[in-house]
Design a protein around this ligand. Structure first.
Ligand SMILES: Cc1cc2nc3c(=O)[nH]c(=O)nc-3n(C[C@H](O)[C@H](O)[C@H](O)COP(=O)(O)OP(=O)(O)OC[C@H]3O[C@@H](n4cnc5c(N)ncnc54)[C@H](O)[C@@H]3O)c2cc1C
Ligand code: SF4
Length: 448
């Protein structure tokens, strides 16, 4: 493949995620116009302040209202290159729409995400060439990982005329946008379509199936020293690692799965069915726990979430819990997994201890029947490799340390952003951090 060529990725047919209904489908023109005309074009618009990428919300909405869809998309994408996926996956309830003046008045906020999707999706379908890259500079930038952080950074760097080489250890690019986001928000194929559009902006190559490691020992690996030597700058968009484990008896074997692993299977594996799974327990109280619980419920499984503290202390968003509950998810508070019980190797039940203020109540507990346990208690850090770039350091929680204003690491040629720096936030945060890094990479490459 020639450098700069966009490679086509396709997910196989007959995947579980295809059966999910789109919770916020694309507006019709009449719906978009009616919604756009509700916007008050506030001065000092709080919706702009609430967006980590600073999208000029009232301006793009006004453009939709005047029929200038291409202009609206340009306003969105010049602030946030991943405006398409962010329109669908952003927790607007706690960001832009949550700060909309209508929310303050107890009225329905402007559906900013849906309007954004309407402008971007329609424009990119008919006029994908809305940005023009600058002439080639001859500079080469390596990006490690192909999640939203690296993709946004690569797109911006490519528009500046630089050549970008993205190294991704998995077979499919896109990181969690392709493999982790709930299918009723964004399907894997939609994430790949956006990614292909970013690749079309300039000279960007994605090398999948290549892991960046400290010392390369085979063809699917490239070493950190080689990467540094052959590129003018390096961006680390490593994300987080594998699902953390419970560490209790009975955990090993079929029927117990890490939540992000299970979500990835639902999104990518052809023919995967949940036959024989009538009941499931999801362990955890964060957004990943809510997502897998909701997805399983939509697939017809009876789901209960097991959380060690109270509902008020849950890390997951209230609006996501409300939505999951509407689809049948139950929440069991103040409980801690003790043991997974199996019969002939098959998971049949889980023993739980009751907790009070986070501490086990001696002798108190219950045993709940279940066919599947999904573990969503956090992800390990896949950041160790960052240390192999001389000067790059991790903090005590395994996050890559950067200057918050420039996202430059302790190595003057290495920048980083996204989940591996912030410990796990949202797609829009990864884009915002990539923007800061690219601004500084530009200064560095210009010799400033
Ligand atoms: C289940 C789940 C649901 C989510 N839902 C939402 C949502 O609805 N809305 C939202 O805004 N956010 C959501 N998020 C968060 C969002 O997905 C992340 O914040 C975002 O993907 C972070 O982007 P990133 O590029 O930093 O990391 P990632 O998307 O994790 O990408 C990192 C990439 O780097 C690759 N990589 C790592 N190490 C190496 C190496 N050494 N060599 C080569 N490649 C490497 C990985 O394989 C991966 O593809 C969700 C997260 C999860 C887990
Ligand atoms: S706060 Fe709401 S009404 Fe005001 S400009 Fe933003 S979206 Fe429009």
């Amino acid at each position: 493949m020639r450098e700069g060529d966009a490679k086509r990725w396709a997910l196989p047919p007959n995947r579980a995620e295809e059966g999910f209904e789109d919770k916020k489908p694309l507006y019709t023109p009449a719906e978009a116009l009616a919604e756009a005309n509700r916007c008050l074009y506030c001065s000092g618009a709080p919706c702009i302040q609430a967006c980590p990428t600073g999208i000029d919300v009232p301006t793009f909405i006004r453009k939709i209202g005047t029929g200038n869809l291409k202009g609206a998309a340009r306003t969105i994408l010049s602030a946030n290159l991943l405006g398409q996926s962010c329109a669908q996956v952003c927790p607007v309830e706690v960001l832009c729409a949550g700060s909309c003046v209508y929310t303050g008045w107890g009225r329905e906020p402007i559906a900013i995400g849906r309007l954004q999707r309407y402008a971007v999706e329609n424009t990119l379908a008919s006029h994908p060439a809305i940005f023009q890259a600058k002439p080639p500079t001859g500079k080469r930038i390596a990006l490690v990982g192909s999640g939203p952080a690296s993709i946004a950074a690569a797109g911006l760097l490519a528009l500046e005329g630089h050549t970008c080489l993205i190294y991704e250890r998995k077979a499919l690019p896109g990181g969690l946008n392709t493999l982790g986001i709930a299918p009723y928000k964004l399907k894997g194929q939609e994430a790949l379509r956006e990614l292909e559009w970013v690749l079309s902006l300039g000279r960007i190559e994605v090398r999948t199936g290549i892991e960046v490691v400290e010392t390369a020992t085979g063809p699917g690996q490239v070493s950190t020293t080689e990467l540094l030597a052959s590129h003018d700058a390096v961006f680390l968009g490593l994300g987080l690692g594998a699902d953390a484990r419970l560490g209790i008896p009975g955990e090993q074997g079929e029927g117990v799965q890490g939540a992000t692993h299970l979500i990835e299977r639902l999104k990518t594996e052809p023919g995967l069915t949940l036959e024989g799974v009538r009941r499931a327990l999801v362990i955890g109280g964060g957004n990943t726990a809510l997502d897998i619980a909701h997805e399983l419920a939509l697939l017809g499984v009876e789901v209960a979430m097991v959380y060690r503290r109270s509902e008020q202390e849950m890390g997951g968003y209230v609006h996501e819990l409300d939505a999951a509950r509407l689809d049948g998810v139950r929440l069991l508070e103040n409980r801690q997994p003790v043991e997974i019980l199996r019969e002939d190797g098959r998971v049949v039940a889980m023993r739980l201890a009751f907790l009070a203020e986070g501490k086990p109540l001696p002798g108190a507990g219950e045993t709940l029947p279940t066919d599947l346990v999904a573990v969503a208690i956090g992800q390990e850090r896949a950041t160790q490799v960052a240390r192999a770039f001389a000067g790059v350091v991790l903090d005590e929680r395994g996050r890559v340390k950067v200057d918050p204003l420039t996202h430059r690491t302790g190595n003057p040629k290495v920048w980083s952003g996204g989940d591996c720096v912030n410990g796990g936030k949202e797609v829009v945060n990864a884009v915002a951090e990539a923007k800061l890094a690219v601004r500084d990479i530009q200064r560095y490459l210009a010799g400033e």
